[in-house]
Design a protein around this ligand. Structure first.
Ligand code: ADP
Ligand code: MG
Length: 696
């Protein structure tokens, strides 16, 4: 065996390890539990816990933790040791089935949006046996869901699992109609491509904005940006290579199938793409990947920036959410097939997605709404804040011929009649062209390109699964009652395409003309987080989530509050950091430069009244003007932030941030960036874009 296959998954209590270490009966029971999503009985849990403990201790672990994903978007863990002191002064290493399946983290500090009143008992975590336990930093981590004792989901995993169940339930109904009796479950699949920036740690540490907020709040453009597309990385190139090698190894040990690439457009930007897997596992893996990228980077004196927009004027970072849906018999339902029936089935799922995306643009948009992502969506950079679907010309032509009962040239000038025709093969080449589309069909999956790099991909997948499940449910209701399945199917697809084709757009999504065109089509254009989030609590959206059993009213309302508050908190920290940097670093440094210039002018005049000093006087004048502007903007921002702190209502606060704080921040940044251009680099108080991006 080579090194990679040998190390792959060594830190994971995966199927192979379980098969080796569990009694045969126990393994079978566990496997059944995993496949059917049944609750684990305590006898099995005890046996699994024991085997897990022995395995973990052999690997040097001393602690275990229930690893969960609170609503903040990061992961959380509270470590407990295996140690159990005995009466005779010794200890034994213990880990029970009870501890495996259920935990009670002291999680009162996690945001819950009022779901868990402080007087109530703590929430509990419960093992998601479909996601393997793993060892990280000497700790056995058990992937868990996090709920309150009243059954409310306090995390991102619980609704994700519920949404996967919802889509499985509805897809099974549809598959039955096509005669697929052998399919027992359907799972969504996910391959999230992760972008990030690397900067030198010593420069990072000199910038309060990067430390406090993860992005630069000041910074004039370097003489060179990304226009050369040569991704120059000079002095730390070999360090990056070493970093990537170690990153790959760390991820492989955790069974995360990473293949790193470093081909992004922006300087210092990189991308990591895993091989896709079942959605909840892929989400766990992506959370781990983000954590490990950051940890490994530090070891190489680098800092990984996961922020969606670390640098103004340079492309931001996203996380392409490659999504599909597969049966337990191994069929990708978004893969056009070879037989008329397979193709009819494919077209029905495709139509369901078209309808779901069109009807629920608001939910998909708000699933990716964060303060950081607002810098990307609709801000001169891929993709726009408008949701649309790219299908490619070929598939679009097929759908048009179905819609209009016209001939499709691709298959011998025949009428496209569902269930009777063979579809052309859609090769990847013909479908993977459009990079500007937020939601693109790429041959056998959809690529949702809107999520930001720091987002937990649980969110967009909860939305996708739920809205598509709901449409599949409607479709199944209609078709189950049909007398003639084939003609009912044809009518359904035809009618749905007619109603929802406005969402299909194969053109350039970055073009201003598209914004106009989208408006004409009546598509939503929700530019900011504050515009998008309120859609989550619309009565019809609450009803949808309740209908599909994914989120209850209280859970939705609390999430809305948490996300709005998070937006305000992020911007509040950014504004305070700007004030701090301007007041304590930028303006005092510039005063020193002003003094140098003024002293020089005075000295020169003392030597000879007529000595030319246009650089000194001109610069002093320009600097003084910019200083005045910066100081006025600083005072204004301080006043506005004080006003923000007086607003109790979270909706009013978020709107105030959008309408008042952000423009006030922009007004402070502009003169400060101008000052940077006018000042001796030696006197500028922190590393410039040139240093951060090019090392000079
Ligand atoms: P690119 O988008 O760069 O052209 P690919 O299309 O090969 O590259 O794959 C991009 C991502 O999509 C990878 O993470 C891959 O694992 C994932 N992917 C491929 N097939 C599926 C699928 N059926 N479901 C979900 N993700 C998938
Ligand atoms: Mg891609």
């Amino acid at each position: 065996m080579d090194k990679v296959t040998e190390m792959y998954g060594t830190n994971v209590f995966n199927e192979q390890t379980m098969r080796q270490r569990l009694p045969k009966e126990t393994f079978k029971e566990l496997e059944k539990t995993i496949q059917d999503g049944k609750p684990l009985n305590i006898k099995i849990a005890n046996a699994v816990a024991h085997a897990m403990k022995v395995w973990a201790i052999e690997k040097g672990a001393t602690h275990f933790t229930h690893w969960f994903q609170p609503m903040t978007g990061v992961t959380a863990e509270k470590h407990d040791s295996f140690i159990n002191p005995q009466d005779d002064g010794t200890v034994i290493m213990e880990f029970s089935g009870k501890e495996l399946i259920k935990g009670e983290p002291d999680a009162s500090s996690f945001p819950n949006g009022g779901l868990r009143a402080t007087f109530e008992a703590r929430g509990y975590t419960a093992w998601d046996p479909t996601s393997y336990a793993f060892i990280k930093n000497g700790v056995l981590c058990i992937p868990t869901a996090f709920c309150s004792y009243t059954g409310f989901a306090l995390d991102k995993k619980t609704p994700l699992l519920r949404s996967m169940e919802a889509i499985s339930r509805q897809a099974l109904r549809v598959l039955k109609l096509f005669g697929n009796e052998d399919v027992r479950s359907v799972k969504t699949t996910l391959g999230p491509e992760q972008e990030y920036f690397l900067v030198d740690k010593q420069y990072f540490e000199q910038r309060k904005d990067l430390i406090y907020t993860g992005r630069t709040l000041f910074g004039a453009p370097a003489p060179k940006n990304q226009e050369m597309e040569d991704h120059y990385f000079g002095t730390i190139k070999s360090r990056v290579q070493k970093f990537m090698n170690e990153l790959n190894e760390e991820l492989w040990k955790l069974g995360i199938s990473a293949k790193t690439e470093h081909n992004e457009v922006a300087p210092a930007q990189h991308e990591l793409a895993p091989v896709f897997s079942t959605t909840n596992i892929a989400v766990d893996h992506n959370q781990l990947t983000m954590e490990i990228i950051q940890r490994v980077a530090k070891k190489h004196d680098l800092v990984a920036l996961l922020h969606e927009k670390p640098f103004d004027g340079i492309n931001g970072s996203g996380k392409h959410n490659n999504w599909s849906i597969s049966t337990d018999t191994g069929v990708n339902l978004l893969e056009p097939g070879d037989t008329p029936y397979e193709n009819a089935q494919f077209l029905l799922f495709l139509t369901a997605i078209i309808k779901a995306v069109d009807e629920h643009q608001d939910l998909l948009r708000l699933a990716v709404a964060t303060a950081g992502n607002d810098h990307r969506l609709g801000a001169n950079e891929a993709p726009p804040a408008i949701i649309s679907i790219f299908l490619g010309d070929e598939l679009t032509a097929v759908l048009e011929s179905i819609e209009n009962d016209t001939t499709y040239d691709g298959v011998g000038k025949e009428l496209m009649k569902i269930g009777a025709d063979v579809l052309p093969k859609f090769t990847k080449d013909t479908t993977d062209r459009n990079r500007t589309s937020p939601f693109a069909f790429t041959g056998n999956k959809f690529e949702f390109r809107m999520p930001g790099s720091a987002l937990s991909v649980a969110q967009p997948n909860i939305m996708l699964n739920t809205v598509i499940a709901d449409v599949l449910c409607d479709f199944a209701n209609e078709l189950e009652n049909a007398d003639d399945f084939e003609s009912a199917l044809h009518a359904l697809i035809q009618r749905t395409l007619k109603q929802h084709k406005r969402i299909v757009f194969n053109g350039n999504g970055y073009d201003d003309a598209w914004v106009e065109e989208a408006k004409r089509r009546g598509l939503l254009n929700l530019k900011t987080t504050v515009d998008a989030l309120p859609y989550s609590i619309l009565p019809e959206n609450i009803a949808l989530f309740e209908r599909q059993g994914v989120l209850r009213r209280d859970e939705i309302v609390s999430r809305y509050e948490i996300m709005m508050e998070e937006y305000t908190k992020v911007l509040n920290i950014e504004a305070l950091t700007m004030i701090d940097m301007a007041k304590k670093q930028i303006l005092p440094s510039i005063v020193r430069f002003e003094k140098e210039l003024a002293d020089t002018i005075v000295l020169k005049r003392a030597v000879l009244e007529t000595l030319p000093s246009s650089y000194e006087t001109g610069t002093l004048e320009a600097i003084s003007t910019a200083m005045e502007q910066a100081f006025a903007a600083l005072k204004a921002l301080e006043v506005k932030v004080a006003e923000l702190h007086q607003i109790d209502d979270f909706e009013l606060a978020a709107a105030f941030v959008r309408d008042v704080i952000i423009p006030a921040m922009d007004s402070l940044r502009a003169p400060c960036d101008q000052l940077e251009m006018l000042t001796d680099t030696e006197l500028w108080p922190f590393p410039t874009y040139g240093k951060l991006l090019f090392g000079i």
